[in-house]
Design a protein around this ligand. Structure first.
Ligand code: BTN
Length: 247
């Protein structure tokens, strides 16, 4: 993929800028990076605090030639590539918590927000915006995150800051590799590699869903990307959205 990187000092959210460019017809591989975001967004309506110099705030426009019902697979491509990029650039044994949080030692190192604007371009295909936030040099986190956040800096040497461009290059390289593989070989090998880095299965989890919560042992990920939880009474519940808390 040919990446074309647009860099800004400050934006509201790189996902917003990417969505606007996508609506104007920007091609696959268009990347938006910002030094800071004034209204960075996380999953489930949360905000993503994006102070200058702390994190990598990046969004990529993809136009995957897959039916709408397969677009969720892009989340697995993105979380796999992000975990692998962090491993490659820092040696930190980053793992993935379903569906796409990147953790190390149970603490959050990176997050991914996938958005698919409803505007479609018949000729160039539907855009999917992959927004990735990596805590690179972050040393303090918002109170609501408590001690559940971490960064490459804190995991390595808190005295030596990491060059942001190295992380960005590793991320785009891995996205290129995994998205390319997805295009050629389809989803199964992506899911296999994703499972090798998953840290959810085997844990006691509570899934918070719109219609209630489920507690059980995470028993597996099915071929549709759902998390399967085994409850105390032995029943299996399939979870396809929402938040998962791990103990
Ligand atoms: C999450 O874990 O809740 C997802 C966080 C995603 C944050 C990134 S930073 C770049 C892009 N722009 C945003 O506003 N959000 C994503």
């Amino acid at each position: 993929m040919n990446f074309s990187v647009h860099r800004f000092e400050t934006v509201s959210s790189t996902n917003d800028v990417a969505a606007r460019l996508a609506a104007e017809g920007a091609s696959e591989g268009t990347v938006v990076v910002a030094g800071r975001q004034s209204a960075g967004r996380g999953r489930l309506g949360r905000s993503w605090v994006s102070s200058p110099g702390d994190g990598l705030y990046l969004s990529v426009i993809l136009r995957p030639p897959v039916p709408l019902e397969h677009v969720w697979q892009i989340g697995f491509v993105a979380s796999l590539a992000t975990a692998e990029a962090i491993r490659r650039v820092s040696g930190i044994p980053a793992r993935i918590k379903w569906p796409n949080d990147i953790l190390v030692g149970g603490k959050k190192l990176a997050g991914i927000l996938i958005e698919s604007p409803s505007v479609t371009h018949a000729d160039i295909g539907r855009a999917v915006i992959i927004g990735i936030g990596i805590n690179v040099n972050t040393s303090s986190f918002p109170p609501e995150l408590g001690d559940r956040g971490t960064s490459i800096l804190l995991q390595k040497d808190p005295a030596s800051r990491i060059e942001m461009s190295l992380v960005q290059d590793a991320l785009l390289d891995m996205l290129d590799i995994r998205y390319g593989q997805y295009g050629v070989e389809g989803f199964p090998p992506i899911l296999d590699s994703w499972k090798a880095l998953d840290c959810t299965v085997g844990m006691v989890i509570t899934a918070l869903m719109s219609d209630g919560s489920v507690t059980g042992i995470a028993a597996g990920i099915d071929t549709d990307g759902n998390l399967i939880a085994q409850c105390d009474n032995g029943s299996l519940v399939s979870i396809n959205a929402g938040e998962v808390l791990m103990r």
